[in-house]
Design a protein around this ligand. Structure first.
Ligand SMILES: *Cc1c(COP(=O)(O)O)cnc(C)c1O
Length: 399
């Protein structure tokens, strides 16, 4: 068995040992219910408050604007459903994009089935939303715009501040799914004019099953879970104390080294991108070359099926993803790759590699060599490639 090279950090990340250590006492010693009045409860409550203050500071938000949730998915569902409901007196129109994570896109589809109207903004071939498209999509009954900050498949980073400003000029609220972005690139909710923001701990070396929704003060929203008075009565449930402590600790650790981590990831990512594009014929990079997450590379290889590529790479110890983890398992091509204009057969042949702190230059070079050999091996078995070599099939969408 070769050594494992984990290049799927967009799917989830390893919990840092220091994060586990910070969480442990809240399972075994300070296990009290934060709503209880004896000391182990009071101490747990104080730890949550402290975590909220620290997390708020990293976003340039106020602690009263941070609501803990059970996941990024829950934060996205809450942002869309509760806000659309709370403002339905003004209108029932939501604007989002064609390249959202399913936590947003499937929620938007649910809203459509329940009497709301949704506009899905297109993106260009790099995956960027055109602010002019947002402007022309805004109607009198538009209440909310939701745009993913950094795409989970192709890594493209949107001009969030510009989009939020357009929404605000028309009295429309602005939400962003920042699950891939937080702790990877700087975010300032105040400077960017963000009204609501979703994030999730397991995408930045925290535990799974805990996330947050930032809701700017003064925004009318509805309670998402009804029950006790937790999270200012808006999201009932006994708090996931270890998870919240883990999320705050992970964010502290990541933000303390934000620039250093990003620069390290960039070097590896760019080496990967440059070598693959130079050395693998008929390959293309999906997503914007510059405006992309520092850890993300997403390629398409003509005449190669994504699932076969993944399986062959896995045999060489390389763990990656084709499109999104949520979409793999189905044979549908990625909606994100279709939205940037790739034809179906190429959208099927994509490979997402996301580097992390544990990735080395040797890992990248080994990965490039493995991709080269696997792609040429798969192509040698492809009748389409055979036809292409004999001049019978034109090349479709590659560079
Ligand atoms: C992972 C992810 C989510 C879902 O977060 P979970 O905590 O896994 O539910 C939502 N949006 C984006 C962009 C993601 O990458």
């Amino acid at each position: 068995m070769p050594k494992q090279i984990y290049l799927d950090n967009a799917a989830t990340t390893a919990v840092l040992p220091a994060v586990v250590e910070a969480m442990l006492p809240y399972f075994t010693e300070l296990y009290g219910n934060p709503s209880s009045l004896y000391s182990i409860g009071v101490d747990a409550k104080a730890a949550i408050t402290d975590a909220r203050v620290r997390i708020a500071a990293h976003l340039n938000a106020d602690e009263s604007e941070i609501y803990f949730t059970g996941s990024g998915t829950e934060a996205d569902n809450w942002a869309l459903k509760a806000t659309m409901e709370a403002y339905q007196g003004k209108g029932r129109h939501l604007i989002t994009t064609a390249i959202e994570h399913h936590a947003i896109s499937h929620t938007a589809e649910w809203l459509e089935k329940n009497g709301f109207a949704v506009t899905y903004l297109p993106v260009d071939s790099d995956g960027l939303v055109d602010p002019a498209d947002l402007l022309s999509a805004i109607r009198d009954d538009t209440t909310l715009v939701s745009v993913i900050l950094a795409n989970n498949e192709i890594g493209t980073i949107q001009p969030i501040a510009e989009l939020a400003a357009i929404a605000h000029e028309h009295g429309v609220l602005f939400h962003t799914d920042a699950v891939q972005a937080l702790a990877h690139i700087p975010i300032d909710v105040e400077a960017s004019g963000i009204d609501m923001l979703s994030a999730s701990a397991h995408k930045f070396h925290g535990p799974k099953g805990v996330g947050l929704l930032y809701i700017k003060k003064g925004i009318k929203t509805r309670s998402f879970l009804h029950g006790g008075a937790q999270e200012r009565k808006r999201r009932a449930s006994t708090e996931n104390v270890p998870g919240i402590i883990g999320m705050a600790t992970a964010l502290d650790l990541c933000m303390a080294r934000l620039d250093k981590r990003a620069n390290e990831a960039l070097l590896l990512r760019d080496r990967l991108i440059d070598r693959v594009l130079d050395e693998v014929p008929y390959s293309r990079l999906n997503g914007h070359r510059q405006l992309r997450l520092p850890n993300n590379a997403n390629f398409s290889f003509e005449f190669v099926e994504g699932e076969s590529l993944l399986l062959s790479l896995e045999q060489k110890g390389i763990l990656a993803s084709s499109g999104s983890a949520c979409a793999s398992g189905t044979l549908d091509p990625s909606h994100v790759l279709l939205a940037i204009g790739l034809p179906h057969e190429i959208a099927h042949g994509s490979l997402r590699l996301t580097v992390g702190e544990a990735t080395s230059i040797e890992d990248i070079d080994y990965t490039v060599e493995s991709i080269k050999s696997v792609v040429s091996q798969l192509r040698s078995m492809s009748p389409l490639y055979e036809d292409f070599l004999q001049g019978k099939k034109p090349i479709s969408a590659i560079r």
